[in-house]
Design a protein around this ligand. Sequence first.
Ligand code: NDP
Ligand code: 8X3
Length: 250
Amino acid sequence: MSKIAFITGATSGIGRATAVLLAQNGFKIIATGRRQERLKELEKELEKYTDIITLNFDVRERDNVLKAIEGLPQEWKAIDLLINNAGNAHGLTSIEEGSMEDWNAMIDINVKGLLHVSQPIIKTMVQHKKGHIINIGSVAGKETYPNGNIYCASKFAVDAINSSMRMDLNKHGIKVSQVAPGLVETEFSLVRFKGDEERAGKVYENFEALKAEDIAELILFMATRPAHVNLADVLIFPTAQATATMVNKG
Ligand code: NDP
Ligand code: 8X3
């Protein structure tokens, strides 16, 4: 029987590429995001390969998240694979100049949003004594960098949640894994720099960044290991990158 994958932030970048690849490899897909047009487009594209449901919610709004998950048809409730991907950076500013609005957004989306989605799905996984959760962290959750402050803090939180979630769910036979990417060319920098395309483009100049599809391939590999194997925490860089701040641009 096909496994059911629930992917947050499937309207662009890593989440979208993962939804496509998992669909092409036999998973049924529940894809979420806020941009309804893009959810519709994705639905159309993936219907060729598999069954798909799209859910529109902001991960910050817990009541809406719960309603959407509770409202899933009965045969879609036993989610096998949860990919906690929705998230972003907002700003890249020295701490004394940072904006509370940006800080709240990163904490509310990257940390609290992940919890809003995870808890109801975990409850069902616990009942079934099976499941796999893949949290998308970051190299920014392994090391800090100048001006990364609250984004790094939010991804350090994901790193901590990932490992403690794995401990808590160990007794239930549920796998918990993290993918911690370095630089991946997506809409990430466009969001971080509030639509400034020139500044966003510069981040990926003069070296070959990872593509969203590279991360999707890793996620597919992790999700299809035998039941006794868990890739618990994978740091993935483009070859040109050695640390959060060391990138060989020639
Ligand atoms: P994108 O900006 O391309 O995608 C972000 C996704 O998250 C979109 O689908 C967006 O959908 C969704 N999202 C953002 N805010 C919310 C919200 N409030 N509620 C619901 N969905 C939301 O970036 P990436 O694909 O790069 O990012 C995916 C994850 O990967 C993030 O967690 C990011 O921190 C992490 N990451 C990215 C790296 C990179 O270099 N790109 C490196 C390391 C980690 P919509 O706007 O439709 O809601
Ligand atoms: C995204 C990677 O280095 O821009 O998490 O923080 S980085």
